[in-house]
Design a protein around this ligand. Structure first.
Ligand SMILES: O=C(O)CCC(=O)C(=O)O
Ligand SMILES: [Fe+2]
Length: 150
């Protein structure tokens, strides 16, 4: 489910807070919040958030935005058991805790896709899991995150 911020002042406000926390533009050059839920057994196989297709388009503005430079994922509830997010190449396991968030860059400074960001969600064992993802895109971040000088 995509949360349309034009219909929701709180989604707008949250996007502004993501911008200030990440120092990126999470408003114009980002997707709408995507809310997902997993029931018991619900999981997500290891994947990358970036795309083979470099030219994502904003679903509302129909503007090209480039690839997903970064991910800001908010855990919307506590999960009774299971539902952890795992980054196998980084040896990182994150427990879903209500109102906490995980933020990472998917692209390197030179725009290359960073394969270390492969991640997945473990099955929910008890309860239900809710997350909201904000995918921030490459375009429009030139001043927020300059390219490396290499
Ligand atoms: O739910 C999670 O822990 C991960 C979700 C995710 O990686 C995604 O929606 O792209
Ligand atoms: Fe993901």
């Amino acid at each position: 489910t995509w949360l349309r911020s034009e219909n929701s002042a709180s989604a707008d406000k949250l996007s502004r807070r993501v911008s200030s926390a990440t120092k990126l533009d999470a408003e114009k050059y980002a997707e709408l919040f995507q809310v997902s839920t997993y029931g018991i057994g619900g999981h997500y196989e290891p994947h990358f958030d970036f795309s083979k297709v470099k030219y994502f388009t904003n679903p509302v503005l129909n503007e090209q935005m480039g690839d997903r430079i970064a991910t800001f994922m908010i855990y919307l509830n506590d999960v009774e058991a299971g539902g952890r997010t795992v980054f196998p190449r980084l040896n990182l396991v994150i427990e879903p805790i209500k109102n906490s968030a995980v933020f990472w860059h998917n692209l390197l400074d030179d725009g290359q896709q960073d394969d270390r960001t492969i991640h997945g969600a473990c099955p929910v064992v008890l309860g239900r899991k809710w997350v909201a993802n904000k995918w921030i895109h490459e375009y429009g971040q030139e001043f927020q995150r300059p390219c490396s000088k290499k």
